[in-house]
Design a protein around this ligand. Structure first.
Ligand code: TRP
Length: 352
């Protein structure tokens, strides 16, 4: 079976270090492994509009931001295809036929959508487009014959629902869709990087992000004020690692190499943790080390992004070219669907 990978992001803001560790870094590893037939990365602008319908400008501006972040991190348009969801109109038609295969009760049970509805305060006024976006996400996945979907933990229910839709389509009309597998990051910090305030997931709406494009002094200032252990007041106090954001970030980003370079008096994170727990290690020292680690990671990304920013036309050219290619593939899937359903009237009349 062909290995077709598809994943995507909603363009609602610049990407942050949570995106980097949770998905971008594994996409780059996949890209560089070359172990796939096709790798698609979709900028899900139409899905972003389901809860930003009144703010098209924000979504439009962030298409460029997200694409710049992808390129700056090293995703290579010659190896993967990044495209804009709304430039693939066949997706909406696929969504329309999929809608018949899903009940309202099933949509209301999707735990991620439930959580998002609560967060957004929709209560009883849920836009239909928002409630049904898992159907459109199934179309995104199905349209390209996707077999693997690398996503964060919160997206697991979407992939589950997509699988149900494909099974239902295949058994009702005939085999058109492969049943894809989700790939979810293994470690906790990868699956869900905590925000700088320690209160929840890093997310733009909570204002607790370190962005890939932040300037060095902004990064430093954010790191110096991250949430650690409120009871670790004097350097000599024993400190807590659990829930301590500095240590969560070190867990995600520091390597033994980082210790050699910036904190050679410790061999690795275990030693640093042990000292912190025992007492005698101040927060400032830990934060300055974290600052070195993150500055090293983000500097080349920021610099590459600044060069790319000067030429947005080139970025759009990449997106448009790939969107056209994606559209042809999605149209072909739609044709197969219609054939399976027996509503391929054009084929029928062309023969007469
Ligand atoms: N829902 C995803 C998110 O919020 C974005 C997305 C849209 C997606 N379509 C997709 C992810 C298809 C994987 C596959 O991050």
């Amino acid at each position: 079976m062909k290995k077709i990978i598809l994943t995507g992001d909603r363009p609602t803001g610049k990407l942050h270090i949570g995106h980097f560790i949770g998905s971008i870094s594994s996409r780059i590893a996949l890209q560089n492994s070359g172990d796939y037939d096709k790798l698609f990365i979709m900028i899900a602008d139409a899905q972003a509009l389901t809860d930003n319908y009144g703010n098209v400008q924000k979504v439009r501006d962030n298409i460029l931001n997200v694409a710049l972040d992808y390129l700056a991190c090293g995703l290579d348009p010659n190896k993967c295809c990044f495209f804009i969801q709304s430039m693939v109109p066949a997706l909406t038609e696929i969504t329309f036929y999929f809608s018949n295969l899903v009940t309202l009760a099933r949509l209301k049970r999707n735990p991620t959508v439930k959580e998002e509805i609560k967060l957004r305060g929709f209560e009883e006024s849920i836009p239909v487009g928002f409630l049904t976006y898992p159907i459109s996400q199934a179309a995104d996945i199905g349209a390209f014959g996707t077999t693997i979907v690398p996503v964060g933990e919160d997206q697991r229910p979407m992939i589950e629902q997509a699988r149900e839709i494909f099974r239902s389509f295949n058994s009702t009309y005939g085999e058109v869709f492969a049943i894809p597998e989700a790939i979810i990051p293994k470690t906790k910090s990868q699956a869900r990087l905590v925000g700088t305030d320690g209160k929840g997931k890093m997310s733009k709406s909570l204002g607790n992000c370190i962005y890939l494009s932040d300037e060095p002094e902004v990064i430093k200032q954010k790191i110096m004020s991250i949430y650690t252990d409120p009871n670790h007041i004097k350097v000599s106090d024993p400190g807590k690692i659990e829930g301590n954001v500095a240590f969560e970030y070190l867990e995600a980003f520091a390597t033994d190499e980082s210790f050699k370079k910036y904190l050679p008096e410790y061999k690795n994170l275990d030693e640093l943790k042990a000292h912190y727990r025992k007492g005698g290690l101040g927060d400032v020292k830990v934060k300055l080390f974290l600052n070195n680690v993150l500055q090293e990671l983000l500097q080349p990304i920021r610099e590459k992004r600044k060069i790319l920013e000067k030429n947005p036309e080139k970025v759009y050219e990449i997106l448009f070219k790939c969107s056209k290619e994606a559209n042809l593939i999605a149209e072909e899937t739609l044709r197969k669907m219609k054939q399976a359903m027996g509503i391929n009237y054009q084929d029928y009349f062309a023969k007469k």
